[in-house]
Design a protein around this ligand. Structure first.
Ligand code: DUC
Ligand code: ZN
Ligand code: ZN
Length: 484
């Protein structure tokens, strides 16, 4: 079906301009910047005017490419429970927040990488927006190394490694170095979770032995210096392997300093932060409901928030993802979700022991509205930077551009019509994330999606959900994506 979005103000990474967008077959087929009253038929070159096509008036509204969240965890088993958004509920929430592509993670919990990817596909196929995944490389030997290039045949071009979670997810430095070399040879990108696993294990054991069980000890036992040193350590490994490296969920000022240091020396290093690390601190963990803020890496200080915001604004940091991995605050109390009562064990599991609190937060839906209000609304970011950080840069870094992250002829018609003046008090009652709390409860937001299209199909219209489970497509990704 052909459709025309007329008179909106398009925002790309470097331009803001009024244009009409012609959509057909799920793709953008023309962008017309003339006077907004006519549009050329791309086949005949002749001008054609509505009502030949279904027309949506977007005058006075902004138009963004659909958001790309480079970092979500859907249906992730953790401790004795599972993250409370699955691939349907999490992607529905994403859509309500203006995000039409999510990148999840494949757990390496089958004998081979290939079998792990297959198992993930079974869970992910109910996604309501487009999706792909990074491979968690949490074991390593020569056989696994030899299998890595075959991930590309499955459309997976990124590997996540960890310097923490000893005995579970962590790779030794030598294996990270080898993985970086395999990645470089195959045009793949390695992503790093930077914390110091050895130090964490010692501090956790000491804290528990001393009877410290409250949520703030989660942060106290995962020191910021661990993130700083392991980021620099991995940058050094990447430099030696001549490989690109992407630092996920940056939460400390020191990581911003290390990223700047590496980039100034020509290393192929990039970074991501998440909204929660811009606004919240260890003080939030000391609240009576502090478990809500438990995630890894943890919240830090106001100075860290400020340095991260500075790194976002000055281009040291390339993307803003969410690390969306929600759990109920109180999973003994059901909530109403799509007409059914649902309860999933959550943060209450750790009420007597911070090490048993499931790690993770909701955020996939909040990302764009919260960042728009706090970043663009306050003048710290331009609308163009906002689009770069939340859509175009992740699409480019993860091999999805220009299919995603762009408003260009040939791109998927993933389009957000954004009302920069719409105000709302945000909170769990407004949210579609399948959990019982929202981190931004009571925040006054200004600017949010009005309509969201996935490949030309209207899936969110104001408060109405028009999407459905399974309409998301898996996005195979190509090797050789650029380093920004
Ligand atoms: N951190 C979390 O808090 N949850 C899921 C995975 C991660 O890295
Ligand atoms: Zn991580
Ligand atoms: Zn994560």
């Amino acid at each position: 079906m052909t459709m025309l979005i007329r008179g909106g103000t398009l925002v790309s990474t470097d331009r803001t301009f009024i244009a009409d967008i012609l959509i057909d077959g799920g793709k953008i087929i023309a962008i017309d910047e003339s006077d907004g009253s006519e549009i050329r038929n791309p086949d005949t070159g002749r001008r054609r005017t509505p009502p030949e096509v279904e027309t949506i008036d977007a005058s006075g509204k902004l138009i963004f490419p659909g958001g790309v969240d480079p970092h979500v965890h859907l249906d992730l088993p953790m401790f004795d429970t599972v993250s409370s958004d699955d691939h349907y509920s999490g992607t529905k929430a994403a859509a309500f927040g203006g995000t039409t592509t999510v990148l999840d993670f494949v757990s390496f919990d089958h004998p081979t990488l290939g079998e792990s990817v297959e198992a993930w596909h079974q869970k992910a196929e109910k996604a309501a927006v487009d999706y792909s995944a990074h491979m968690n490389l949490t074991r390593f030997n020569e056989k696994i190394a030899a299998e890595i290039p075959y991930l590309l045949e499955m459309g997976i071009s990124t590997l996540k490694v960890f310097t923490a979670y000893n005995g579970r997810l962590r790779l030794e430095d030598g294996n990270i170095f080898k993985a970086l070399r395999v990645a470089r040879e195959n045009g793949m990108l390695v992503m790093l979770h930077a914390e110091n696993g050895d130090v964490i294990d010692i501090l956790v054991a000491e804290a528990l032995a001393a009877g410290h069980t409250s949520p703030e000890w989660h942060a106290k036992t995962r020191p910021a210096w661990g993130a700083v040193e392991s980021a620099l350590r991995a940058f050094a490994l990447a430099a030696t392997a001549d490989a690109p490296l992407y630092l996920v969920h940056m939460n400390t000022a020191g990581e911003v300093d290390m990223l700047k240091y590496g980039r100034e020396r020509g290393l192929k290093v990039m970074g991501e932060t998440c909204p929660q690390y811009l606004f919240f601190t260890e003080d939030d963990l000391r609240r009576p409901d502090g478990a809500k803020w438990i995630c890894s890496p943890p919240m830090r200080s106001a100075a860290d928030n400020a340095r991260l915001s500075e790194g976002v604004a000055d281009g040291t940091i390339q993307t803003i993802g969410t690390d969306h991995c929600p759990f109920f605050q109180d999973g003994t109390q059901p909530i109403l979700y799509e007409g059914k009562m649902i309860a999933i064990p959550g943060k209450e599991l750790g009420k007597d022991d911070f090490t048993k609190i499931p790690n993770g937060l909701p955020g996939v839906e909040d990302r764009l509205p919260v960042l728009w209000t706090s970043g663009v609304g306050s003048g710290k970011l331009t609308a163009n930077q906002f689009v770069a950080l939340t859509s175009t840069n992740p699409a480019r870094i993860f091999g999805l551009y220009p299919r995603k992250g762009a408003l260009l002829p040939g791109s998927d018609a993933d389009i957000v019509i954004w009302d920069p003046h719409r105000k709302a008090r945000h909170g769990v009652a407004q949210s579609h994330q399948r959990t019982d709390y929202n981190l931004y409860e009571g925040w006054e937001l200004c600017g949010m999606p009005e309509k969201v299209f996935l490949r030309g199909q209207l899936i969110v219209d104001g408060d109405k959900w028009l999407g459905k489970a399974g309409m998301g497509e898996f996005l195979p990704r190509m090797p050789g994506a650029p380093v920004l």
